[in-house]
Design a protein around this ligand. Structure first.
Ligand SMILES: *Cc1c(COP(=O)(O)O)cnc(C)c1O
Length: 225
């Protein structure tokens, strides 16, 4: 299967499951060479997700002739915040106010429009260390929502992989309800970044607005993260 064929198949599936809601596909290109990004772009894909700053900047320099939208989906380290703020339109993994402040300051200093951001939530039952616990999301969301250089769009989660569709859906519905509870507090959120190659169908059925898809689109990664 070519990238264009994979993209067609994924788009069809997402469209069918979304039942008329718009869902954005972010093509996760970490561990993939720039030629594959170019190929996906030729097939109409404009949004790409990367997890490692150096790798991303290197590829962006090869692809500077294309009008692409870059999403940073990796763990955010404070010494990389300026690069992320300057070279990406979205960040999906904010889980600390200090990181958000640094990103915001870098955007403001550069005179760039606010950076689109999602808070990464560590849902109950996950062993992963990154992500803010559900009980602390409202506090963090309020603080991030105050920052001039950030436009808080919503929530992101990276659940432990499971082949059980019921379990997948339960986790994604937790994130959706969490977003609804923040909206009820008056936070203007419009984004649920959830769903990857193995579980995007469950995520879309539970209200995902952005799916982040790597291997199902590009095949296996060259460099395992
Ligand atoms: C790697 C990665 C993805 C894509 O994973 P696939 O299983 O290849 O689709 C999505 N989101 C995040 C945060 C990732 O790190």
């Amino acid at each position: 299967m070519t990238i264009a064929q994979n993209l067609d198949r994924i788009r069809d599936q997402v469209t069918r499951l979304a039942q008329g809601r718009p869902v954005q596909i972010v093509a996760v290109s970490k561990g993939q060479p720039p030629e594959k990004i170019r190929e996906a772009c030729q097939a109409g894909q404009k949004a790409f997700g990367e997890s490692y700053v150096q790798e991303a900047l290197h590829k962006q320099s090869f692809l500077s002739d294309l009008a692409l939208e870059w999403h940073f989906i990796g763990p955010l380290q404070s010494n990389k915040t300026t690069s992320v703020a300057l070279h990406f339109e979205w960040v999906h993994g904010i889980d600390r106010i200090k990181i958000a402040e640094r990103l915001s300051n870098a955007r403001v200093e550069a005179g760039l429009p606010p950076l689109n951001a999602c808070l990464q939530v560590n849902l109950s039952g996950e062993s992963s260390k990154s992500g803010v616990p559900a009980g602390e999301v409202a506090h963090l969301a309020r603080a991030v929502g105050e920052l001039r250089g950030i436009r808080l769009r919503g929530l992101m989660t990276l659940p432990e992989p499971t082949p059980d569709p019921d379990l997948q859906r339960r986790r994604f519905s937790e994130l959706r309800m969490l977003k609804e509870s923040l909206q009820a507090l008056g936070l203007p959120l419009d984004t649920l970044s959830m769903g990857m190659s193995e579980d995007f169908a469950s995520a879309v059925m539970e209200g995902s607005t952005i799916v982040r898809i790597g291997t199902a689109l590009f095949g296996e990664r060259l460099r395992k993260p």
